[in-house]
Design a protein. Sequence first.
Length: 385
Amino acid sequence: MSTDIAIVGIGQTRPVRRADRPLRTLAVEAVQAALDDAGLDASDIDGIITDGVIMPHTVPREFIAAQFGIERGFDGGTSFGGAGNACAPELAQLAIRGGRARTVLYYFGVDWGSRAGGPYGFHDMYPAKMAFEKPYGFNAQPTYFALWARRYMHEYGMTPDDLAAVAIAHRDNALLNPLAQNRKPLTREGYYDSRLVAEPMRVADCCLISDGVGAFIMTSLERARDLRQPPVKVLASRFASEPFTGDDIFTQQREIVRVTGAHRAMEAALAEAGITRGDIDFAELYDCFTISLLVQLEDLGFCARGEAPALVRERGIGVHGGLPVNTHGGLLAHSYLLGVEHVLEAVRQLRGQAGAAQVASAEIGLVGGWSIPDYGVLLLGRDRR
């Protein structure tokens, strides 16, 4: 169980509000870009993984295999969306260590900007929400996270200024990234001018809606060192979940303002990698809303409960801050591809290829992926052979 793996190729389509091509076409483009980045042929791929819920219904693994002529020795998926993206290397590592595959492709994307209902339709699969929440106006993610924000304000004295600080920091980061969907500067005044969606959540507190696909390729570290790009080592990839269903999420947990699974996944990943939080140079976290970013900082252990707003103000989460977070602009300003773009950004940072958004001396990066009740933690590092 000592085989180290690395990410050797990344690719993505430009995220847009509505694409002019079908999602399956975007997926093929992202996969080809990842192959080109790694300097590999499709024939080098013998394993394909993606998330376990969304892609199997929109861009199945067998579709990708057929388009590229890939003969698979390994095929799999885990969780959905955010946790699936962060935990993809865990599956790839198991396959490569076990001799089931040598080189594994991961891809993920959404067309929720074009698809009727977008992300709001996702929760229609849960009968309790359809029966007891949606008919009475308690509908869609902004409403859920407005509940979280109001509860957090009640518990810890947070103000809208604290939410604004997160939104502004992410927008400032996005201004440094030419791929970001929203590169319009955001000031404090602009934050308060943005429309209320579900009080206290404003448009600036909410993630974008996007069409796009990202992909990355993994192989053994030994093989990676002979390929085109500097390898980015997978230090750890760990998954954790809690025993409740989609009918319960956001509203019916015993403690609602908490990112379930985050603490356990983080502790397991740190132990596997043999590092501490102080060794982490930057973090790419699942920022579907400003309040979700604050709660993750706490549940991942960067500060105590109720202290995340102070961490943002005093330590700073911009590219040049004490803890750079979502250096590409995150889901709030870069794109909403449920976190696959967070993995790609972490790889760019560790390659030293992030351009104006490059974090100085970036050696270790964290990706946090959320798919309530699941959470995935991915720790990546530079290869210093």
